[in-house]
Write a protein that binds this ligand. Structure first.
Ligand code: SOE
Length: 387
């Protein structure tokens, strides 16, 4: 079997999640190429070496440009904050490396356009790229898409989506890079709203045509972070401004005529990672909540009214997407499995010479929706998303 040398940039929360995926994918799935965890890259030498030992990487680099020069790297996995996605991903594609880039694709539409153009050019030479909208690979979500595509819901009328977290509901929670517009591009909108834009479009096979939205920053100033790890941190005595939205809400028209209602917030006390999606169609409905991610709720409106009702589909059957490679029915899957499935789909597409999805062009379209929500909030007007 041919090997695929991986170079991962970033080793915090997402870097750790991607590392386990690169390690585990070939242990459970029969992959056409074997990923070698060759290089982990981060700016602090001591810290990146410690992370490499823990996460299973053979060597380290402290400069991503040096990583791009290495012959033992065929794929670059970008797990840095959004402000460096465009520069790294474009340089990697130009250096002839396949690229997996974390979401949202970029911090601005202009950056995302440049990335999509670089990806299209590289694809002509067989170099592949993918944006990491991982939740598409949760089996219950992939099953939802399949059921909609099979026509089980009939004509889709309503799309209802929420992404609810509460990790900064405490006004004394320190400033993380995710609250800094320069680093993150936007707040709840881009960080978690991007996921529900992608997921609803993925499940319905439809696209958002126009939006009317509102962004809000409830807590305008917070303690600066002394030390930061993942979503938590230690507060310092100094304070700084929050430069992104804490919450984003918007309504949307889909191209098919379906109506959408979206909400993304980090202030939903008690909700930790609740991605809730409900789709209502002429023949039935589907409902999903990531806090119970193995379940898909399905209502068949064609059944006898006397016994009809939502039923729970436990998406752990070997016939459900991705599940056959794992455990027997009822032995539940978790957050990390989506990342493993992402690696499986990416490596398979590379080996088959196909463009993986979601592509950088898909990432650009999501970026346009996010920008339209921001513009709509600022202008108090509906905003159209170009095709
Ligand atoms: C923080 O809000 C975060 O880690 C996001 O950045 C991820 O994309 C999301 O899946 C979980 O929450």
């Amino acid at each position: 079997m041919t090997n695929l040398g991986i170079g991962l940039i970033g080793y915090a929360f997402m870097g750790a999640a991607h590392s386990q995926a690169w390690r585990n994918a070939p242990r459970f799935f029969d992959l056409p190429l074997h990923p070698d965890l060759n290089v982990l890259c981060g700016r602090n030498e001591e810290a990146v070496q410690a992370a490499a030992g823990k996460l299973g990487w053979s060597t380290t680099e402290t400069d991503w440009r040096a990583l791009l020069q290495r012959e033992d790297v065929q794929l670059v996995d970008v797990c840095t904050p959004g402000d460096s996605h465009a520069e790294i991903a474009i340089a990697a594609l130009e250096a002839g490396k396949h690229v997996l880039c974390e979401k949202p694709l970029a911090n601005t539409v202009a950056e995302a356009e440049a990335m999509a153009a670089a990806a299209a050019k590289a694809a002509a030479g067989g170099i592949r790229s993918m944006v990491g909208f991982t939740y598409r690979r949760v089996p219950a979500i992939a099953l939802a898409r399949k059921l909609v595509a099979e026509g089980k819901l009939g004509t889709v009328r309503h799309v209802r989506a929420q992404y609810l977290q509460d990790w900064i509901a405490d006004p004394e929670a320190p400033l993380s890079w995710r609250l800094d517009k320069e680093k993150a591009g936007s707040g709840a909108l881009g960080d978690i709203g991007a996921h529900i834009v992608d997921l609803t479009q993925f499940i319905t096979g439809d696209r958002i045509a126009e939006v009317s939205g509102r962004l809000e920053t409830f807590v305008k100033e917070r303690p600066k972070a002394e030390a930061h790890s993942g979503l938590s941190g230690t507060a310092s005595a100094e304070r700084g401004p929050v430069t992104v939205d804490d919450a984003a809400v918007f309504i949307a028209n889909f191209r098919s005529g379906a109506l959408g209602v979206f909400e993304a917030t980090r202030f939903a006390t008690g909700r930790k990672n609740a991605i809730r999606i409900e789709i209502n169609g002429s023949l039935g409905s589907l409902a999903f909540d990531f806090e119970d991610l193995n379940l898909l709720h399905y209502y068949d409106a064609t059944e006898d009214a006397e016994t009809a009702g939502f039923r729970r589909i436990l998406a752990t059957e070997p016939t459900h997407p991705y599940v056959a490679a794992w455990w027997p029915p009822g032995h539940l899957l978790g957050y990390e499995h989506g990342f493993t499935h992402q690696v499986v789909d990416l490596v398979t597409a590379i080996a088959e010479g196909k463009d993986p999805e979601p592509s950088f062009a898909d990432g650009l379209q999501v970026q346009r929706v996010l920008a339209a929500v921001e513009d709509s909030s600022a202008s108090r007007q509906w905003q159209e998303i170009p095709e």
